[in-house]
Every structure is written in structure tokens, then in C-alpha cells.
Ligand binder design. Structure first.
Ligand code: MLT
Length: 365
């Protein structure tokens, strides 16, 4: 497993992907794509700098400037999402295939909706109804799909590094939709966008420059969480102070190279947080008994009402879903106004439109 901070794909460093446009969260929406502009995907090209890499496997592929460029594009697509017909022709004639070898609700539907709202054609591969159940290999599967003529392959796989291998086998842009315990970059991007949106609303529309000055706790099964790995990279790249909170058995064996602090004591951490980000226990990846019981976990690490009351009044509560109510979060807290879970899902579509546009919409293919 790679430590956060190491690129997984083409070896192009975030600096080489440098981009003046996304210099800050506050860089704003390109004028031509602002409110009242005609529905024209080409408008979104105004000010858009083509990415230096054509795959998105890790947050490290984007770096700070790439993340900020996705935020800027997401603003434009958030405006599109408010229109009576939330669709632009930006990717007309392009084909996006979703290849999910692990279960998914949010990520898959969100990518497919995003592609359709960009007018791309969508091809859906489901492992359980495919030749994969007859023993076809991953390589043969993705080569077959690629041969049908696709522009992007959005892939989720239980093996860390599978999307990277797939880049050797297909001509399409590959987007990692979650690989084993490695990374889930679009989750981190939609989380950054959701925090930015909440802070902007609080500041009467003034977009903050980045996440500097914010203290963010990521709580739970850090060891097996690809979301934690991508979010640590993204939050730290934007200047946040990140603390990981978990029992020792759910913390990675080494945090060397991770730009974080770590603790096992949630209660003493709560009062200083601006954002608390809860993770699901990845039971499907545990392989051994790492917790006495889920009740014990809830008692020590769950965000109960009493713990939510110990947070700052305006602290944000986040979770990537699926939430297991009564384990990492109590049902009451999950439904509190401070809980951004539904905003995260809504923003997932907008941010994935931005990612697809970033990779496919600028003539790099
Ligand atoms: C993931 O696929 O990693 C999810 O978004 C988070 C989870 O499964 O707990």
C-alpha cells in the first residue's frame, strides 16, 4: 500500500500539473458559465487548463492546484444543476463506462448521473451479471469494454492498485471509484467541495481561500479506509490540520509520511474540531476480530448526542456513506442540521461532472 503523498499513476508530480487558474478556492466561476449563460458546454472551457495526467487514480495526481481547479469547475456545474433542465452538451459523443466489481449505491449512480448530465453515453458493467462470474479475468473484461470504444472507464475494485493496472490495458481515461484500502479520490473531492460550500454560506457568499485554519478529525476504521487515505491527502493539500482518531487496532501500523496527528481519545479531541468526519467499519475487509463488539465501539468512538453537544456550535458532521446508524453515528445525530451527509451526496454529482469534464472535455483525449 502506498503512503499518502505518493502518486499512483503516470509519475507526473502535482507541481508539474501546476495550474494558475485554481490558485485558490476563491478563484470563482468563469464568467461565461455564470448564472444566465446559455447552456453550452463549450462555455465551461473558458479558463479551463487541460490536466497533465489523463487518469485520476489518486488525489496526488491532482495536487493542490488540481483540486482547486475541480472546485472551480464544480461551481460552474452546481449552477447547471439548479437549471430546470440540468444538462449541458459538454461530452456529447463521448462514452463513459462504469465498471464496478464491488457494491456501490452513491458512487455509481452519481458517476452515471454526472455523465448523462454532460450528455455522454453511459455503459454500465455489473460484475454479478457479466462473464466475470464465468471466470473472465479483469484484464479480459476491461479490454473487452475498451474495445467497444469508450472514452473513460470508472472502476471500483476490491484490490488496491487495480485501476493502475487497468491503465496498462485500456486506451480510455481511468477513474478510480475506490480500490481496496488504497484511495477513493472523487469522495475526497466532493468532501472538500461540501466543506467549502458550508463555509461559503457561513461567510455570506465569500469563498474561503482553502482549508487553512480548519481542524478536521477523521474518526473510525482508518486502517481499512480508502476514503481516509484520499481525504488526508486532499485536506492536507488545502492546508487543514488533520487528526486521525481510532482505536489502535483500526489505525495503520505506521503513519510515516502521513501529514496528520493521531490519537485514540475522541472525547478530548471534540471541542477543538471544525469538522468531524466519521468512517464506517469496513467489516468486509477486516479478516480478523479487531473490536470487542460494535456496541463497545459505539460507546468509545460513536458520535452520540452527548458527543455532538461537546462539538463547537458550528462544527460540521460528515460521513461518506453508507452510514451504519447506531455504530459510528447515532440516528439522532445523523439527522441533525449540522450533518452534511445529504449535501455530500448532492455535491457528488456536481463534482463528478467536474472530474469527467476535466479529464475528457478539454481536448486531451
Ligand atoms: C467506499 O466505497 O469506500 C465508501 O464510500 C465508504 C464505505 O464503504 O464505507
Amino acid at each position: 500500500m502506498r503512503a499518502p503523498g505518493t502518486s499512483t499513476s503516470t509519475g507526473v508530480s502535482p507541481d508539474e500539473a501546476g495550474n494558475e487558474i485554481g490558485a485558490a478556492w476563491a478563484s470563482g466561476v468563469p464568467e461565461a458559465a455564470g448564472a444566465g449563460s446559455p447552456v453550452a458546454g463549450e462555455d465551461l472551457l473558458v479558463g479551463h487548463r487541460a490536466p497533465a495526467v489523463r487518469h485520476l487514480l489518486s488525489i496526488a495526481d491532482l495536487g493542490r492546484d488540481g483540486i482547486l481547479e475541480i472546485m472551480r469547475l464544480s461551481d460552474a456545474f452546481a449552477e447547471v444543476a439548479e437549471r430546470p433542465i440540468p444538462k449541458v452538451p459538454a461530452l456529447r459523443g463521448r462514452t463513459v463506462a462504469t465498471v464496478f466489481m464491488e457494491p456501490s449505491t452513491r458512487t455509481r449512480l452519481s458517476f452515471e448521473t454526472a455523465a448523462k448530465r454532460l450528455s455522454a453515453d453511459v455503459m454500465t458493467f455489473t460484475a454479478s451479471t457479466s462473464a466475470a462470474v464465468k471466470g473472465e479475468s479483469l484484464r479480459d473484461t476491461v479490454e473487452t469494454i475498451d474495445a467497444m470504444g469508450i472514452d473513460a472507464m470508472v472502476i471500483r475494485h476490491h484490490a488496491s492498485g487495480a485501476p493502475l493496472r487497468v491503465t496498462d490495458w485500456v486506451g480510455a481515461s481511468v477513474i478510480n471509484a475506490g480500490d481496496g484500502t488504497h484511495e477513493h479520490p472523487t469522495q475526497a473531492l466532493l468532501d472538500c467541495y461540501t466543506i467549502r460550500e458550508a463555509l461559503t454560506a457561513r461567510r455570506d457568499g465569500a469563498v474561503p481561500a482553502d482549508m487553512s485554519g480548519l481542524r478536521v478529525a477523521i474518526v473510525g476504521d482508518i486502517k481499512h479506509s480508502r476514503v481516509a487515505r484520499s481525504n488526508v491527502l486532499a485536506f492536507a493539500a488545502l492546508g487543514a490540520d488533520v487528526v486521525l482518531v481510532a482505536p489502535p487496532t483500526l489505525m495503520p501500523a505506521s503513519l510515516e509520511g502521513w501529514p496528520v496527528t493521531a490519537t485514540g481519545d475522541l472525547d478530548s479531541t471534540l471541542g477543538g474540531l471544525d469538522v468531524i468526519y466519521l468512517l464506517r467499519i469496513q467489516s468486509e475487509r477486516l479478516g480478523e476480530v479487531l473490536l470487542p463488539s460494535l456496541d463497545e465501539y459505539h460507546w468509545r468512538y460513536g458520535l452520540t448526542r452527548a458527543r455532538a453537544d461537546a462539538l463547537k456550535r458550528d462544527a460540521l458532521i460528515m460521513h461518506p456513506g453508507p452510514m451504519i446508524r447506531g455504530v459510528e453515528i447515532s440516528p439522532e445525530v445523523a439527522d441533525m442540521p449540522a450533518s452534511l451527509v445529504t449535501r455530500q451526496v448532492r455535491n457528488g454529482v456536481v463534482v463528478r461532472m467536474a472530474v469527467l469534464f476535466h479529464l475528457l472535455g478539454s481536448g486531451v483525449m
